[in-house]
Design a protein around this ligand. Structure first.
Ligand SMILES: Cc1cc2nc3c(=O)[nH]c(=O)nc-3n(C[C@H](O)[C@H](O)[C@H](O)COP(=O)(O)OP(=O)(O)OC[C@H]3O[C@@H](n4cnc5c(N)ncnc54)[C@H](O)[C@@H]3O)c2cc1C
Length: 394
């Protein structure tokens, strides 16, 4: 059980964090560990109710930009130790990532990415289609052109990670209020002075925006216009089977991904460029759609023909919080003291949160420069310093 307070929120706090997803809770832990007292997390629904509880739990180092590779490498190392740290099984399993393509023109990209990952100390390798069939028996390799395999990548169970962080945060004295909405922000001059929540007002000098797909709405309350938009994505889960599939299989040609969970289920998704509400900034709809079930089932059978007899059990939708270059937004805003962003993670915030939380906690408390936080600041959009990783899938 996680001891969560009920009743009114405290009148004062050293920091208010908005969002009870992985970013909000991991940041609360890292700030508390560094000695900050009186931290309050407000979550408008339940812990993990945003993107975190709807995500695929994938953790991969196979990227094409040095920044993503290095952050993800740091993250894999963190996930290895996280269960011990949180005192809870995270179901972290390193079955590897097998990134395939059907498109021969993408083979150069896979080879270059492998070389860059190796230079960054990631142990990935380029594979021929026949090697893929050895890794995943019955994989249909007829149309495959080649692949990239990284044996250390893996998956973890999002709810365990969220509950583990929440429990540790509570132990460290953080007060986590669920069913508590942040409604407004009070500024005095160019400083954060307090927040108004559905359980009362809190005077605070620090506000940290970990609101995931709602980050843009929250930022607007302090006069900041984020370029983020939310994007609906769905996942489907099958009945449980005996363990047979080690890696996460992911295609950069058509955006399908699937893996086997530790409960034996096949779990996966596929991006849909024609999704009706994909780019509607006012759309927070997370209802499931039959069109996804059909697209996913067809694609899964193409890649893995024995899936023809598999019973699909359930599906759900969640929202990516997407920035123009699919990279997160970290750090403060010049001219607005005490306000920080940790948002915009697109489809890879679960894997990065444990490391970005650490870096952000250090930065918030000491003001120390961090090259990665600097490069992911909001001002990059004004500078036009955008780098899109070619392995953003979905
Ligand atoms: C289908 C899908 C698959 C994904 N797969 C992966 C994957 O395999 N690997 C990976 O790394 N990432 C994946 N992601 C992305 C990942 O889920 C997110 O990047 C990550 O969970 C973001 O965490 P967060 O804490 O920033 O946001 P969230 O988990 O969305 O948390 C934000 C919280 O803020 C709360 N909130 C918002 N506004 C307010 C307010 N005003 N007051 C109080 N509370 C508020 C919300 O209720 C919410 O719980 C996937 C996402 C989806 C949707």
């Amino acid at each position: 059980m996680i001891p969560l307070p009920t009743g009114p929120v405290p009148r004062r706090a050293e920091a208010v964090i908005v969002g009870g997803g992985i970013n909000g809770l991991a940041t609360a832990v890292e700030l508390a560990r560094r000695g900050l007292k009186d931290i309050v997390v407000v979550e408008k629904a339940y812990l993990g109710s945003g993107s975190t509880g709807r995500c695929g739990g994938g953790i991969r180092q196979v990227w094409t930009t040095e920044e993503n590779i290095l952050l993800a490498k740091e993250s894999v190392a963190r996930y290895r130790d996280l269960a011990g740290e949180l005192g809870l099984h995270t179901f972290f399993r390193q079955g590897g990532y097998l990134m395939v393509t059907e498109d021969p023109s993408q083979l150069g990209l896979l080879r270059d990415a492998t070389a860059l990952q190796n230079r960054c100390g990631v142990d990935s390798e380029f594979l021929q289609p026949e090697d893929c069939a050895k890794l995943v028996p019955h994989l249909n390799i007829d149309n495959l052109a080649g692949a990239l395999f990284c044996p250390d990548d893996g998956t973890a169970y999002p709810f365990s990670v969220v509950w583990g962080y929440a429990r540790l945060a509570a132990k460290l004295g953080v007060k986590i209020y669920i069913r508590t909405e942040l409604r407004d922000v009070t500024l005095v001059g160019d400083r954060i002075a307090g927040v108004k929540t559905s359980r009362g007002d809190i005077a605070t000098p620090r506000l940290i925006n970990c609101a995931g797909p709602w980050a843009r709405t929250l930022a607007a309350k302090v006069g900041v216009d984020l370029p983020n938009r939310q994007e609906r994505h769905e996942i489907m889960v099958s009945e449980s089977l005996k363990p047979f599939l080690d890696p996460m299989v992911i295609s950069i040609s058509n955006g399908i991904y699937f893996s086997q969970s530790m409960r034996g289920e096949i779990l996966g998704g596929i991006g849909d460029p024609n999704e009706p509400h994909r780019s509607d900034p006012a759309h927070f709809d997370t209802r499931s759609q039959l069109r996804f079930a059909v697209r996913f089932a067809k694609a899964l059978i193409d890649y893995y023909p024995p899936a023809r007899t598999l019973r699909l059990m359930r599906q759900w939708a969640g929202l990516y919080d997407v920035t123009p270059d699919h990279r997160p937004i970290l750090g403060g805003v010049p001219g607005l003291d005490g306000y920080h962003h940790i948002c915009g993670f697109s489809g890879h915030g679960f894997m990065l949160a444990p490391v970005t939380a650490r870096r952000m906690a250090r930065h918030i408390l000491t003001g120390e420069h961090d090259a990665i936080i600097d490069s992911l600041s909001l001002s990059r959009f004004e500078r036009g310093d955008l780098q899109v990783d070619a392995f953003v899938v979905g």
